[in-house]
Design a protein around this ligand. Structure first.
Ligand code: AMP
Length: 502
């Protein structure tokens, strides 16, 4: 049966019309109101004649952003949320790849959007949500759609300096929402405190689980996370009981010993995903909330969100590593060793490859990168694909997957996925730079830029501000008169790492 993400909202808005779906900074919205706004936006887009076309949404995290996602989905098109803090140069790269049919923005950002997007078609949110005067054609569009239609394209760091647009279908998003809701018992009493930006995959359950289950999500502005006590006040005020956060955020709360100084929340479930969760900080949370369900979710954007999970059901010593566990439903995890054989036994490391409904349909407008990362499953008789995650894993003695590290130069910094090559590509566009190499020091969580050329640290840093998002800007700069090269004439990363990472 075809199930679109919007079908979930249709059912829930008739079951719980007056229940609050999303709570933002400026306003809250019920399911019936959300459905009304989304239908109006959809009808505006349908009236423009767009079907199966990309729509860029340029707004801050808000209730209106969620309405816009759903409006685009009802219209049979697909959305890409933009990071409004992204420098223009990077937005342009996304525009080049995506070439959106329409850009949705609000009045607050309209002038800026017009200045960077030239004569592209722009739909102003405040105008679009007003009652649409034309016919309601959402049902007509619905009849033409299948659940393999694209729901959204999320852009993530690309190693050559061009962000990659990960294509996700309705089917993959619905399947993930079903799995996480059933696995953790989400229902109409679930209240999420959203932490991730809505342009990251980690926000999916915060947006989609309410549509399926009648849950409520509190959208907490990201600037508030600089002050964890204020975030906690929101958690208490709105009776939040479920968190799906990045480990860095849970660790921040632990490192500042926040839980000892705030009121007790009624926390049922705390899930973390996106990077390694240090056990010491996890144990701090478990000490404060011994009856809460904790789980380690693992997954790349290319597999919708989580594709493996591990429920913490035994004590872990502070120096132990948490497994990433077993595949979620409808998901296959295949570990491939360097020699191309399948790893099944305990203790042998290989690359984790993922198959199943969660799989992305590739990178938007980039068949080459798609072909390189999505391969035919060599161990299947059918024609199923696998996504090569680039993550090295092994099985432990209980048959659970354990994350070992990366095969390449992709890193996670404060939960953000970054290719070091992406930064290097931006640095090399600075005219005075001759050579450069980015290193990552995981113990200090810092990006170190080693470069040669006639430019000082301050000038280089400010040049990079126009090219890279904040979290990608190196925090340490090492100038060299001569770059180090290896015998093949390539920049000698290993020698530089030995010299600069203590
Ligand atoms: P993203 O596409 O931003 O979700 O990043 C995906 C990458 O984050 C994965 O390929 C892993 O390298 C890393 N990652 C995600 N979840 C975990 C986890 N639970 N433990 C360790 N690394 C993780």
């Amino acid at each position: 049966m075809c199930r679109l993400i919007t079908d979930l909202l249709d059912i829930t808005s008739s079951k719980y019309p007056d229940k609050t779906a999303f709570i933002g900074q400026d306003r809250s919205i019920t399911f019936a109101e959300l459905s009304g706004e989304a239908y109006n936006i959809a009808n505006c887009l349908i009236a423009k004649g767009h079907f199966r076309k990309p729509v860029l949404i340029y707004m801050e995290k808000s209730v209106s952003l969620v309405s816009s996602f759903l409006g685009v989905a009802y219209s049979g098109n697909f959305y890409t949320p933009a990071d409004t803090k992204m420098p223009e140069e990077r937005i342009r790269k996304i525009l080049d790849t995506l070439d959106p049919a329409t850009v949705i923005t609000d009045k607050a950002h309209a002038d800026h959007v017009r200045s960077i997007m030239g004569d592209r078609d722009i739909l102003i949110f405040e105008d679009a949500v007003l009652h649409f005067p034309g016919p309601d054609r959402v049902r007509e569009v619905h009849a033409r759609m299948t659940d393999t239609d694209t729901l959204y394209v999320l852009f993530t760091s690309g190693s050559t300096g061009t962000p990659k647009g990960v294509i996700i279908s309705h089917r993959a998003a619905v399947d993930f929402t079903d799995w996480i809701s059933e696995c953790y018992g989400f229902n109409e009493t679930t209240v999420f405190a959203n932490q991730a930006q809505l342009y990251f995959d980690l926000s999916l359950q915060d947006v989609f689980a309410p549509l399926r289950n009648g849950s409520t999500t509190v959208l907490i502005p990201n600037r508030l996370y600089a002050s964890p006590v204020r975030v906690w006040k929101k958690i208490i005020e709105h009776k939040v009981n479920t968190l799906v956060w990045i480990p860095s955020m849970l660790s921040l709360f632990a490192n500042l010993d926040v839980l000892a100084h705030v009121d007790r929340a009624d926390l049922r479930t705390v899930l973390f995903c996106g990077e390694v969760m240090p056990v010491k900080q996890l144990n701090y949370w478990i000490r404060h909330y011994p009856d809460t369900v904790f789980a380690n979710l693992y997954g790349p954007t290319e597999c919708t969100e989580a594709c493996t999970y591990y429920n913490i059901e035994r004590p872990f010593g502070d120096d132990e590593v948490l497994p990433i566990g077993i595949p979620c439903s409808n998901t296959e995890a295949v570990v491939i060793a360097d020699d191309g054989t399948q790893v099944t036994g305990h203790g042998v490391t290989g690359e984790l490859c993922i198959g199943g409904i969660c799989l992305s349909d590739g990178y938007y407008n980039d068949p080459e990168k798609t072909k390189a990362s999505f391969i035919q499953n060599p161990f299947s008789v059918g024609d199923g694909l696998l996504y090569k995650t680039g993550d090295l894993v092994c099985y432990n003695g209980s048959g659970e997957l354990v994350y070992v590290g990366r095969k390449d130069f992709q890193i996670k910094i404060r939960g953000y996925r970054v290719e070091l090559g992406d930064i290097e590509a931006a640095v090399s566009t600075v005219e005075q730079v001759c050579y450069n190499c980015c290193l990552f020091d995981p113990s200090e969580e810092k990006i170190i830029l080693v470069y040669s050329g006639d430019i000082d640290e301050q000038e280089l840093k400010s040049a990079l501000k126009n090219k890279l998002q904040d979290y990608m800007i190196p925090s340490e700069y090492r100038h060299r008169q001569q770059m180090l090269f290896n015998a093949n004439g390539k920049i000698d990363r290993e020698a530089l790492a030995k010299e600069y990472i203590i």
